[in-house]
Design a protein around this ligand. Sequence first.
Ligand code: UT7
Length: 342
Amino acid sequence: MIKSHKMTNPISQNRVVISGVGSRVPEKILTNDELAGMVDTSDEWIKTRTGISERRIAGSHETTSDMAAGAALAALENGKTDASEIDLLIVATISPDTAMPATACYVQEKAGLKNAMCFDMAAACSGFVYALDIAYQYILTGAAKKVMVVGADKMSALINWQDRTTCVLFGDGAGAVILEQGKGKSLGIMASSMKSDGSQASILHIEAGGAAMPLTPENITEGKQYITMEGSVVFKSAVRSMSEIAEEALAKAGLSSSEIAWLVPHQANKRILTAVAEKLGISMERVVINLEKYGNTTAGSIPLALDQAVNDGRIKDGDYILFVAFGAGATWGATVLQWGRE
Ligand code: UT7
């Protein structure tokens, strides 16, 4: 049943819905015990401090665009949509196949989205909600009719496998959604809020490999091509920012957190998700969590979790859903929607 809504937002007449969803993860599983054989850590530490038990790792020839295209094809099938109908493709990633061209162009070719305009979104773990927000605006203005939004990351390529403070957290994977104008059976996207704070850039970043510090044998030896993170600073900022932005988006949508059927958060750390859910007053039974099996897949994490919760029947038509993410930048954002494909 589609629930009634309290929203007075004038754009509610122009409904934008998610009409297809899909995901793709690599086959190879890396367990905590295997990691404990590589760095000074333990299954017990990783589980207790993060909630993660295992993660997927892409093969050496398996690229971000391969996973993204796999997720996009799954979303096309799920949404009964022909590839030629997609007129905009946004790939959210911070592990592009190449610095140039955009990974979205490779995905276009691999998924056969021949009529799509393609570009990448670099907003790290918030990339999916940022890209969703842009797709929403394109559809509202009539500039695009069917948009494919993919979140995909091959984090294994950006991790220093000797750094126990980061290598235990991340995994590889991709998820995708198709957005289009709804037919009025559900409200679709109701509200969103997105924020950035460049003063936090250094707490989670990769120093070398961009134009400011091109790769050299020296900085490769020093490991500057890998992610570095001030874990506890990121942790506190993530909890505060995710809960504040979720409250803001809920207020814009005219909903209270008690009306949210499912919180689908960026899968950063189970302790972060527990703290955010508690601040919002959402019980853990209503939080979609899959990080125990996939870790933090950065831009892939929300659409991957969404795909699983839709396809195993947890998310039902009419449910109010809340996405919330925090990532490098710092960037953060939240989207409120009512689920339903039409
Ligand atoms: O998606 C957005 C990006 N990232 C995140 O959201 C991650 C946010 N941060 C976190 O999830 C947590 O800060 C971590 C899981 C990274 C770390 O947990 P923590 O509870 O903040 O631990 P900590 O950094 O304060 O470190 C506690 C101890 C330290 O040892 P000492 O100094 O107390 O002796 C670390 O050296 O744990 C040690 N430690 C480890 N021990 C075993 C750090 N990493 C590990 C490890 N195994 N993998």
